[in-house]
Ligand binder design. Structure first.
Ligand code: RUB
Length: 322
């Protein structure tokens, strides 16, 4: 059995599960931070107990949400940097590796932003879905280059992360038109780009992102609006190279239908004949994606597997396995 994890790690895990901490890059950053915290706080005296405790912490963080591969990629990256003979050496190696990870994450996001901004022209109107820090990085870089942009922001039911995007874009001085998800196709007439983030990218170039992304991409193709996916390479899902599929998280039905709303439609209790399903993500096939923008440049979705092989090689298995 694995030793108990630090309360701060358990708190981070709860925050991820409850979406107080959300979005693939932010989750990865918090997970690395939590492992550093575990290392710093650990009071075990044997190197093997220390290693076990770090693995237990990684497992606790891993079991929160299944879809964003940035989480296991972050855990694996930090744990693989664990080295040394003594507890204090092991501790120092984890803390340094987590810091390096967090630093690289920030760097990758700003580099990716510069690449993505090259696709945007002065005066462009960009339609967004959900809230993605990678996608926003592209808009920020374009604004820094002096381009003027407008945004059409989809609300993004059920959790309305579009509000976060709208708020951030207003801070940046971008005029925002907020629409309900159902209005997206109508407003594609006015959009020059669809810009979204990703939770995972599969080896065939499929993009796994917030539920509704695939419908948006199909509509955008039909309207001739290019779809750009902003995803740093930590979003590449190495297990998909060996045939695994990406698990789509199913969330609580209360996010969709409150108890009062359920009662109002005459169904007193869950499980009484009315089923609510709440998938958090969907899969957009590569043919509906024009470009995947990473810190290594932009890629057509079909060629992303080359990058995946180069960066992840043989890394499969659970993140805490050596
Ligand atoms: C968030 C979501 C975002 C990606 C990318 O879903 O789908 O588009 O995670 O975000 P949720 P980022 O709100 O359910 O976590 O670019 O910040 O990594």
């Amino acid at each position: 059995s694995l030793p108990a994890v630090d309360p701060a790690v358990a708190a981070t895990a709860d925050d991820i599960a409850e979406m107080e901490i959300r979005g693939a890059a932010t989750i990865a950053d918090a997970a690395a931070e939590a492992l550093a915290r575990q290392a710093a706080q650990s009071d075990v005296d044997s190197p093997s107990a220390f290693r076990q405790q770090l693995r237990a912490a990684a497992k606790t963080l891993y079991e929160t949400r299944p879809t964003a591969v940035s989480l296991p990629n972050a855990l694996r990256y930090v744990l693989r940097g664990m080295s040394g003979e003594t507890v204090s050496e092991l501790r120092a190696s984890i803390i340094a590796r987590a810091e390096e990870f967090q630093h690289d994450l920030t760097q990758a996001q700003s580099k990716l932003g510069e690449v993505g901004s090259n696709r945007l022209r002065d005066g462009d109107v960009v339609m967004t879905h959900c809230h993605s820090t990678d996608a926003l990085s592209c808009l920020e870089a374009a604004l820094e280059d002096g381009k003027e942009l407008e945004a059409i922001v989809k609300e993004t039911r059920p959790r309305k992360q579009g509000y976060i995007t709208a708020g951030r874009l207003r801070e940046l001085g971008v005029p925002v038109t907020l629409i309900v998800d159902n209005a997206a196709r109508r407003y594609l007439d006015r959009a020059d780009h669809v810009l979204v983030g990703a939770d995972s990218i599969a080896a065939d170039g499929s993009v796994i992102n917030k539920i509704g992304t695939s419908g948006l991409a199909v509509n955008a193709r039909e309207r001739g609006v290019p779809v750009m996916v902003a995803a740093q390479t930590i979003k590449l899902h190495p297990d998909t190279m060996t045939g695994h599929t990406v698990e789509i998280e199913m969330r609580d039905e209360l996010e969709v239908l409150t108890d009062n709303e359920r009662a109002a439609i005459g169904d007193e209790q869950a499980g009484e004949g009315l089923t609510v399903e709440n998938p958090a993500f969907d899969v957009t096939p590569p043919r509906y994606v024009d470009a995947i923008v990473t810190e290594r440049g932009q890629f057509p979705p079909e060629s992303v597997v080359t990058l995946m092989r180069e960066l992840f090689g043989e890394s499969t298995g659970e993140p805490w396995e050596p």
